[in-house]
Design a protein around this ligand. Structure first.
Ligand code: NAP
Ligand code: HSE
Length: 428
C-alpha cells in the first residue's frame, strides 16, 4: 500500500507533537484513511540542533525548496511560523499540486483569502484548524456545525499565554513578568511574545473566526486591539470585589448587516461560563439566532493539543484524496457586512478614578457623565487606608467608545479628578 508522504516544515513545539502523533497513532490513521502516513522530510533552521524526539537525521533539511518541490511529497504540514517566506513556500507547494495543513494564524489572518483562492484554482486543500484555539476544533464547527444558523456573537479567550498570565495574577497574585517567562518556558508564547501580550495574536485569530462565523471578509486592520500589558494587580483585585474576572476577550458581534470585532482586556461577570476558563485553556462562546448560546472549551496552545488539530486536518486531507474531492471549498460567496469603527463599538465600561476627597466631587463627576450622555449603572467608593484622596469605581450602561472618550476628555479639565487609573470594557 503506497504511503501518503508528508513534508513537515518546522520541528519545534508543534512539529515535534505532529511527529509523535503520526508515529504513535499509525494503526488508527491506517484504519481511518486506508494508507500508512509517513513524515518523509522535515525542514529546520539548524540541522545540528539537539531535538527532544528521536529523528532519522537524513530526513532533516535546511532547504525548503527540497521539500516543497519534491514530487514525492503529497502534503505539506507547515508548523514553522512566520509570514513572508512561509507564504512563498505555501504558494509554491500549491503550484506543485500539494495540499497544505498549517497552524499559522499570522499567515491565514493576513493572506488567507489569497492562499485559499490559489488552493481552489489548483484543486488543493488548505486546512488550518490549529491556527485558532489550539486543540479546540472551532474552525470546523463554525464552517460546518453552524452552517444552518446566523451567528450574532463570537466571544473568545483565544490566546493561551495571556489567559495563563491573567489567571496566575488573579489566583496567586503573581507578577506579570514572572508568569510571562513561565508561559514562554512552557512553549505557549510566540517567538516574539509581544504579539501575545499586546493582543495581536488574539486579533489575528478573531479575524479568522469572524470571517468564518459571519461569512464575511474581515481584515486584521478592522479589529480594534488592546493587550494586557497595562492590566495591574489593583485592577484585578477591584474587579474581583465587584464580581468580575479580567480576561483578554476577542468579541465579534453582528447586528443586522453591521459587525464589530475587537480584542481587549475585559471584565466578565463571574457567573458567565467564560469567566471560569483558566490557565492556558481557551474557550469560544458562540451565540446563534437559532441555536442560542454554545461554548467550546479546551487547551489553546502547547505541543500535543495543537498537534492533535494539525493531524486531524492531515486526516481530512487524506480522506479527500481518497474521495477525489480536494480543493472543493464549500463557501462560494461571502456576505458584504459593514464594519463598525472603533469609536462606534458600544459596551458597558468600568472606570477607576483617583479623585480629591471632598464634598461635591461625585456630583461633578456625575455631571460629566450626564453631559456626555453616558448613563451610570453603579458607583463604588472603597475606603482607603490613608487620606491622600479617594478612589471611585464607576460601571456604566452601554455607551459607545466615542461617548466614553468624551467623558475621559472632560475629566482632563476637572481638577477634582487627579488620575484616570483604568478603563475596561464590561461583559456579562
Ligand atoms: P517553534 O517552536 O519556534 O518551532 C519553529 C520550527 O520551525 C523550528 O523547528 C525551527 O527550526 C523551524 N523554522 C523556523 N523558521 C525557519 C526557517 N526560516 N527555515 C527553516 N526552519 C525554520 O514554533 P511553534 O511553537 O512550534 O509554532 C509553530 C507554528 O504553529 C507557528 O505558526 C505558531 O503560531 C503556530 N501555533 C503554535 C502553537 C503553540 O502552542 N506553540 C499553537 C497553535 C499554533 P529549528 O528547530 O532548527 O530552530
Ligand atoms: N501563542 C499562542 C497562545 C499559541 O498563547 O495562544 C497558540 O496559538
Amino acid at each position: 500500500m503506497k504511503p501518503v508522504r508528508v513534508g513537515l516544515l518546522g520541528l519545534g513545539t508543534v512539529g515535534t507533537g505532529v511527529v509523535r502523533i503520526v508515529e504513535g497513532h499509525q494503526e488508527d490513521l491506517l484504519n481511518q484513511v486506508g494508507s500508512p502516513v509517513s513524515i518523509a522530510q522535515i525542514l529546520v533552521k539548524d540541522r545540528s540542533k539537539g531535538r527532544n524526539i528521536a529523528i532519522d537525521s537524513s530526513k532533516l533539511t535546511e532547504d525548503p525548496w527540497e521539500i516543497v518541490r519534491n514530487p514525492d511529497i503529497d502534503v505539506i504540514v507547515e508548523v514553522m511560523g512566520g509570514i513572508g517566506l512561509t507564504k512563498e513556500y505555501i504558494l509554491e507547494a500549491l503550484d506543485q499540486g500539494k495540499h497544505v495543513v498549517t497552524a499559522n494564524k499570522d499567515l491565514m489572518a493576513l493572506h488567507g483569502p489569497e492562499i485559499l483562492a490559489k488552493a481552489r484554482d489548483k484543486g488543493c486543500d488548505v486546512l488550518y484548524e490549529a491556527s485558532v484555539a489550539g486543540g479546540i476544533p472551532i474552525i470546523r464547527t463554525l464552517i460546518e456545525g453552524f452552517s444552518s444558523d446566523r451567528i450574532t456573537k463570537i466571544m473568545g479567550i483565544v490566546n493561551g499565554t495571556t489567559n495563563y498570565i491573567l489567571t496566575k495574577m488573579s489566583q496567586e497574585g503573581a507578577a506579570y513578568e514572572d508568569v510571562l517567562k513561565e508561559a514562554q518556558d512552557l512553549g505557549y508564547a510566540e517567538a516574539d511574545p509581544t504579539s501575545d501580550v499586546e493582543g495581536l495574536d488574539a486579533a489575528r485569530k478573531m479575524t479568522i473566526l469572524s470571517t468564518l462565523g459571519f461569512r464575511s471578509n474581515v481584515a486584521l486592520e478592522n479589529v480594534s486591539t488592546q493587550g494586557i500589558s497595562g492590566v495591574s494587580q489593583e485592577d484585578i483585585q477591584y474587579a474581583k470585589r465587584l464580581g468580575y474576572e479580567v480576561k483578554l476577550l476577542g468579541i465579534a458581534e453582528r447586528q443586522d448587516d453591521t459587525i464589530s470585532v475587537s480584542v481587549q482586556p475585559t471584565l466578565i461577570k463571574h457567573t458567565h461560563p467564560i469567566a471560569s476558563v483558566n490557565g492556558v485553556f481557551n474557550a469560544v462562546y458562540v451565540h446563534g439566532e437559532a441555536v442560542g448560546e454554545t461554548m467550546f472549551y479546551g487547551p489553546g496552545a502547547g505541543e500535543m493539543p495543537t498537534a492533535t488539530s494539525v493531524v486531524a486536518d492531515l486526516v481530512a486531507v487524506v480522506k479527500n484524496m481518497k474521495l477525489g474531492v480536494n480543493g472543493r471549498q464549500a463557501q462560494l460567496s461571502y456576505n458584504v457586512l459593514k464594519l463598525k469603527t472603533d469609536e462606534q463599538i458600544a459596551s458597558k465600561f468600568f472606570l477607576l478614578l483617583h479623585v480629591e476627597d471632598r464634598a461635591g466631587v461625585l456630583a461633578q463627576i456625575a455631571q460629566v457623565f450626564s453631559n456626555c450622555d453616558v448613563s451610570i449603572e453603579s458607583v463604588m467608593q472603597p475606603s482607603l487606608p490613608n487620606t491622600a484622596g479617594a478612589e471611585i469605581i464607576i460601571i456604566t450602561h452601554d455607551a459607545s467608545k466615542a461617548a466614553m472618550n468624551n467623558v475621559l476628555k472632560s475629566f482632563e479639565g476637572l481638577k477634582a479628578v487627579r488620575k484616570i487609573k483604568s478603563i475596561y470594557r464590561v461583559e456579562g
